[in-house]
Design a protein around this ligand. Structure first.
Ligand code: NAP
Length: 292
């Protein structure tokens, strides 16, 4: 069994990005610039944005954080998005989700210029991803592809079962694993209505679990030699931890790991790759790799 170390891989990728940025700047090019909009004071969002800004520093990017109180109107927020769309110095930007209830997230996502949409949530990027055109791929599925690639996990022609069909993980993951240029796998997607889910999993060479149900995937659902990617991150109470909780994956790691060829831990697997892939997308934005 080989443990897929997302933390070490993410650190290495950030070093690679930083080296490329210094090369670009040394050659007279522009330092990539990521902007982030944060609305309100949600604890989780504060932490995510803080970590994104820190990652920008590690990668040698310029970063700008724009903060607004949660009474900002939808119209005002859309005007801020428009400003960033028109700011030639900003290569890419994100609007940290979730937004307050009175603001339509979909409206905001669609207001972002798709050429600067480094989160890859705009329907143009989602559509281009689905038909295999160059585009920003959203961070979590992109990070999983990168882990599979860097660990040389065989995917072509393999049976891949994806648990979960959310717009941010399950659906894009299925699209990517199916495509010839990425996973090239035979893909099955299971969800809360799926019959024979255990049977599907038992036939899988690769299981990607993204359902948010702690310890859902048990050893009796996994075939010998399978690769298991655990996307789940659920906070469960844990008195032994300083903050009173631990992050629990969708996979019962201790009993599943011995059966696997490769497996990701939680934490330290898929999670650290997510911000790192935002950095990769920002580098692509700076290089105008996908769009002029
Ligand atoms: P989500 O939007 O809540 O969707 C969950 C999916 O799982 C749905 O498709 C649901 O089916 C399915 N599901 C729920 N219970 C099930 C069951 N008992 N059997 C089969 N399918 C079931 O979740 P998400 O946003 O994709 O997130 C999933 C997990 O990944 C969460 O723990 C989240 O915190 C984590 N996550 C981690 C990262 C990271 O960077 N590490 C990023 C994103 C998400 P229905 O469609 O039928 O309801």
């Amino acid at each position: 069994m080989e443990l897929i170390d997302g933390k070490a891989t993410a650190a290495k990728i950030k070093e690679e990005i930083a080296a490329e940025v210094e090369q670009i700047v040394a050659n007279g090019g522009k330092r990539p610039h990521l902007a982030a909009i944060l609305v309100g004071h949600d604890g989780g969002s504060e932490t995510y944005v803080k970590n994104k800004v820190l990652a920008c520093e590690k990668c040698g990017f310029k970063s700008t954080l724009l903060r607004f109180e949660d009474d900002i109107t939808e119209e005002q927020l859309l005007a801020e998005v428009d400003k960033l769309n028109k700011d030639a110095d900003v290569d890419g930007f994100i609007v940290q989700l979730p937004l307050p209830k009175h603001i339509s997230e979909q409206k905001v996502i669609e207001a972002i210029d798709y050429r600067k949409d480094v989160d890859g949530f705009h329907p143009i990027n989602v559509g281009r991803m689905a038909i295999g055109l160059p585009c920003y791929i959203s961070a979590t599925p992109k990070g999983i592809l990168e882990l599979l690639r860097r660990y040389n996990v065989p995917t072509s022609g393999k049976k891949c079962v994806i648990l979960g069909r959310s717009n941010i993980v399950g659906k894009p993951m299925a699209q990517l694993m199916m495509q010839k240029q990425y996973g090239d796998s035979t893909v099955t997607v299971c969800h809360s209505r799926s019959e024979n889910l255990k049977k599907e999993c038992l036939e899988a060479d690769i299981i990607i679990a993204a359902i948010g149900r702690p310890d859902f995937v048990t050893a009796d659902m996994v075939k010998e030699g399978a690769t298991v990617i655990d996307v789940g991150t659920t906070r469960v109470p844990d008195a032994t931890k300083k903050n009173g909780f631990r992050l629990n994956g969708d996979v019962k790691f201790d009993e599943v790991a011995p059966k696997c060829s490769f497996i990701t831990p939680v934490p330290g697997g898929v999670g650290p790759m997510t911000i790192c892939m935002l950095m990769m997308n920002t580098l692509s934005a700076g290089k105008k790799e996908f769009y002029k």
